[in-house]
Design a protein around this ligand. Sequence first.
Ligand SMILES: [Zn+2]
Length: 134
Amino acid sequence: MHELTIANSLVELASAHAADNNALRVKAICVRMGVLCGIGRSLYFCFEPASRGTLCEGAKLRIEEVPLSVRCEHCDDVKVPKALYNFRCPDCGYPTSKVVSGREMELVSIELETAERAASMQECPNAGEARNAI
Ligand SMILES: [Zn+2]
């Protein structure tokens, strides 16, 4: 998946959320991104042009990186592999394909600037839907 597509989806979702809440603009967007998505800083660069001319223009993008962790059947525990794409238990060496975290890509929150200056953090009510939509 391309970063620009993701940036456009984020801008679309956040702008719709801002419009629904009669906000003046979007102040910040926070997303959680698993390391396996392979998307990092480039999303920051795509976000700015994608947000131009929308309610998201000038908004801050915060990316929270989620580390990789797998479930080892042998140890019956959640472990953190030594390297990315090395789906083996670091303790017993048992191969595992059960990724617990590191694949997620979800919209965590959208911060809006409203006319009443109630510049509080607003949880995105559609976080579940948003996750699928990105
Ligand atoms: Zn193990």
